[in-house]
Design a protein around this ligand. Structure first.
Ligand SMILES: Cc1cc2nc3c(=O)[nH]c(=O)nc-3n(C[C@H](O)[C@H](O)[C@H](O)COP(=O)(O)O)c2cc1C
Length: 325
């Protein structure tokens, strides 16, 4: 009997497949369909701090009363939050799998009260999607670490459900950041978020949106950092995310040390059926390899468990090019 159960960030999942935060998970009935298709957990679409600020700005520009600014900001925020809490409550009414709420934030204090309400609405965990890109020439990267840590500390002080952080792969020393977050009480990390990808339209001289969806080539970084972080920080709970498109990708992330994976682009592209396909193929692979549980192979190929961990590092890249004609 094959058991796909996994522990991720203090939650017990019936299998490691999590539907990643996106428009896919913005609807309670659709979330129920993902559960029926076999998903192990769902991360709801993020509520965006920026989005609330932008909406408030538009309304304020339309208003003849500048003194109404605080009122408008408060009104927009309250309504967006009310809708979001309803999404949590309705999804929890329909689903039995863990439901993880997501907050996209870049300021410390803005979301503390909201985190409390998310917990009361019944979410099983909170994923903090910290959006921040270091672009300032005079920027000190310790500031990024402090930003992540301060948000985690404050939210952890406020709620008792597990708190995870979805990290950008554009931060500096990823293992050091994850370790600092673990020391400060984070229950799990998502490696990685994938931001809006800009492109240039050379005919219209405009910046346009690049590929919204990831592809297979995006998986390499996810595997590399999952393996390195899992190998260097024993006990860390990782959900690999970005570039996970089929069952083999899921197995690779688990071998690298992930406790779970998040899928988004593949579900947009192939629909919810991909979940059951992935689970069936994984089960077959485990059967053939004589594994009865994920624990038997999870992390088998992480940075600490392979004879040549440099395989996950840059030296191999240089060797490849130096050997090419
Ligand atoms: C259309 C779309 C909407 C998304 N919205 C969110 C979001 O609200 N919050 C979030 O944390 N990530 C969001 N993401 C990022 C995904 O959760 C995921 O991290 C990213 O797509 C990489 O995973 P993938 O390779 O499986 O697509 C979105 C992605 C897509 C394609």
């Amino acid at each position: 009997m094959i058991d796909m159960k996994t522990q991720y960030a203090g939650l017990t999942l019936r299998n490691p497949l999590i539907i990643g935060s996106s428009g896919l998970t913005n609807n309670p009935e659709r979330n129920k369909e993902f559960e029926k298709a076999g998903a192990g957990a769902i991360v709801l679409k993020s509520l965006f701090e920026e989005q609330i600020e932008m909406q408030s700005d538009v309304l304020m520009q339309e208003s003849d009363y500048p003194e109404a600014a605080d009122y408008i900001r408060g009104y927009v925020k309250a309504n967006q939050i009310k809708d979001y809490l309803e999404l949590i409550q309705k999804t929890k009414e329909l689903c039995t799998i863990p439901v993880i709420a997501s907050i996209n934030c870049y300021k410390v204090d803005a979301w503390i009260e909201f985190a409390r309400q998310i917990e009361l609405a019944g979410a099983d965990a909170i994923e903090l999607n910290v959006f921040f890109m270091e672009t300032d020439l005079t920027y000190n990267s310790d500031t990024t670490r402090d930003l992540y840590v301060n948000i985690v500390r404050k939210v952890k002080e406020t709620v008792s459900i597990p708190v995870t952080v979805k990290i950008s792969k554009m931060v500096g020393n990823i293992p050091a950041l994850v370790q600092t977050l673990c020391v400060n009480g984070v229950d799990g990390v998502v490696l990685f978020n994938r931001f809006y990808q800009p492109d240039i339209d050379i005919n219209n001289m405009q910046i346009v949106s690049g590929n919204v969806f990831s592809n297979h080539s995006d998986l390499s970084d996810t595997i590399r950092w999952t393996a390195i972080v899992a190998g260097k920080i024993p006990g860390v709970s990782i959900a690999s995310s970005t570039g996970v498109h089929d069952w083999e990708d899921v197995v690779k992330c688990l071998l690298a040390g992930a406790s779970a994976v998040q899928m988004c682009s593949a579900v947009y592209t192939h629909g919810g059926e991909i979940i059951s396909q992935v689970l069936t193929c994984m089960e077959e692979w485990m059967h053939q390899a004589h594994y009865q549980s994920l624990e038997q192979f999870k992390g088998k190929l992480n940075y600490a468990n392979i004879p040549n961990p440099a395989m996950y590092e840059r030296s191999q890249f240089m060797k490849y090019f130096s050997n090419r004609d």
